[in-house]
Design a protein around this ligand. Structure first.
Ligand code: APR
Length: 240
């Protein structure tokens, strides 16, 4: 199974589509499945724009208590590193990711499309000044929610909350890449959140072959040319 997939990767025209499972071995909890983030925190509160607008400190408290440390010491794992190496060898065109942790870039991937934004970048709701994680850590110790150094406005993360549109152009660029791919590696996603989850189906309908690398079944397994059940950090290095 892995030998034939390796051959298909070597053929070229490969694009990766990743979800939270690719960062699980970096210590970042996934959203669903055992121990998933949403089994502990209510996404309607923690990750919806309506709730953020009602009470931004709720999101920021969770961010400070659960995400900040993971983002301060980013640890790309062998899955991220293998994808970056495939790109370096000219075998991977891009990574389309649902993740907001920036670990693909930390691992050295250059062409990364962040469909759900990035939790390493922030901006002021009033004056739109942008901030990086390092710039707001001290502020987070002082204020919840953190305030803008210029205008005292409330800061928000550059992520896509439930109820918001995806970043302009992101889904179009991702669809364009996926529709021209000869092989889409679908890694570490439960494929239940749209519009991102339609990308593997779109790729398949445009003639791409699919390889699903996941540690539990997904709704697209029946469509896929390869289904490799297991840990991305163990499977992806075998493709190098
Ligand atoms: N290797 C491979 N797959 C793994 C691993 C691993 N080490 N660990 C977990 N998985 C699988 C899980 O079995 C699950 O199917 O990764 C998948 C993660 O699914 P989700 O937690 O639903 O994450 P994702 O698909 O990225 O969620 C999509 O939902 O809440 C929103 O915006 C959030 O981007 C996120 C979106």
């Amino acid at each position: 199974m892995i030998a034939s997939l390796k051959e298909a990767v070597n053929f070229g025209g490969v694009v990766a589509f990743t979800g939270a499972g690719v960062s699980a071995e970096s210590g970042i909890p996934t959203y669903r499945g055992t121990g998933g983030f949403w089994t502990k925190y209510d996404p309607d509160k923690y990750a919806s724009i309506d709730y953020f607008e009602q009470d931004p400190s709720y999101y920021w408290r969770f961010f400070r208590d659960t995400r900040l440390d993971l983002l301060r010491h980013p640890k790309p794992n062998p899955a991220h590193l293998a994808l970056a190496e495939l790109e370096t060898r000219g075998k991977l065109q891009a990574v389309i990711t649902q993740n907001i942790d920036g670990l693909h870039q930390e691992a050295g991937s250059r062409k990364v499309i962040e469909l759900h934004g990035s939790s390493r970048k922030f901006h002021c709701l009033e004056c739109c000044r942008s901030y990086l994680l390092e710039e707001i850590e001290a502020e987070l110790e002082k204020h919840l929610p953190p305030l803008c150094a210029d205008c005292n406005g409330i800061l928000r993360p550059d992520i896509v909350f439930f109820g918001e549109m995806l970043p302009p152009g992101a889904i179009e660029e991702a669809m364009d890449l996926a529709s021209r791919a000869s092989l889409l590696l679908v890694i570490g996603s439960s494929l239940v959140v749209y519009p991102a989850a339609q990308i593997p189906m779109a790729a398949k309908s445009c003639g791409a072959r699919l390889a699903i690398i996941n540690d539990e079944p997904t709704p697209a397994d029946g469509l896929s040319d390869w289904v490799l059940m297991g840990k991305a950090g163990e499977i992806l290095p075998q493709l190098l």
